[in-house]
Design a protein around this ligand. Sequence first.
Ligand code: NAP
Length: 298
Amino acid sequence: MKIAWIGTGIMGAAMCGRLLEAGHECVVFNRTESKARVLLEKGARWASSPAAAGEDAEAIFTMVGFPHDLEETIFHPERGVLAGQKDAPHRAKFLVDMTTSRPALARRIAEAAAILGIQALDAPVSGGDVGAKNGSLSIMVGGETDAFEALAPLWNVLGKTIVHQGPSGAGQHAKMVNQILIAGNMMGVCEALRYALAAGLEPEKVLESVSTGAAGSWSLSNLGPRILRHDFEPGFKIRHFLKDLRIALEEAEAFGSGAGLYLPGTQKARELYDLLERNGLGEKGTQALFLWEDQKKI
Ligand code: NAP
């Protein structure tokens, strides 16, 4: 398939790399060109803008950082994907956003794309940098069923668990459920490892015991060992996780015609991660929550 891929950071580069290896033709664009180099070496072609990337594509993928990055990528009046599609001799059939973003933005993109005859899907993922590299992501898809089904060969290259959650925006809502789970879990992982160290236990032995019992989780198995090695580099950046916590809390506040849904655990996680970001750790991985004790301000 002819694919355009916009956003070649930690996740995007690994995911697009898998599509190239599976034999798909990829044209790529990223704000910082050097981050696409590894894909160009694998045979991808460079485009000078999101509009240019999509010119000859059947499916256009976006995997950028924040909702405002996505808005620019899609809606920029000259360089945006939709501006490019208006004049394209062969319009794309599908526009797939895999960024973790706002449900309302997913619906707005789907409406604008439909005017041009393009089917848009929101398809955020879970499974981290590891899952992006080895193709084991969980992909949560919102949008029309026929578009979801038509893209099965691509989903299968990128992920292992691929579920159609409902209409546009449903994928992003499912991803917020995922992030609420991660929020509580990360606080548990970091507190538990702090406790193990304070109790004088050998943390590797403790990890061995608790990772396979009822307390086991992806975060514990993948990020626990990084914490013990004092490796706080991102997999998943704190500033992106804070973006997700803000979206989840804003969505929750608006449920029940504004009556709101109270999420105290998620609020606490946001407080803790906010502090880390204020202290300059926004570019570190979410496992750097372990360092909150050292911040001495909560
Ligand atoms: P990342 O490494 O920061 O990658 C984002 C990429 O998007 C960067 O290369 C960035 O360009 C590019 N970008 C931003 N705005 C752009 C624009 N207007 N035009 C073109 N390119 C643009 O982040 P990531 O970890 O891959 O995460 C990407 C998304 O996936 C985020 O929404 C994140 O929340 C979500 N996610 C991440 C993980 C994870 O474990 N990392 C897991 C699941 C979901 P620059 O190179 O110039 O910065």
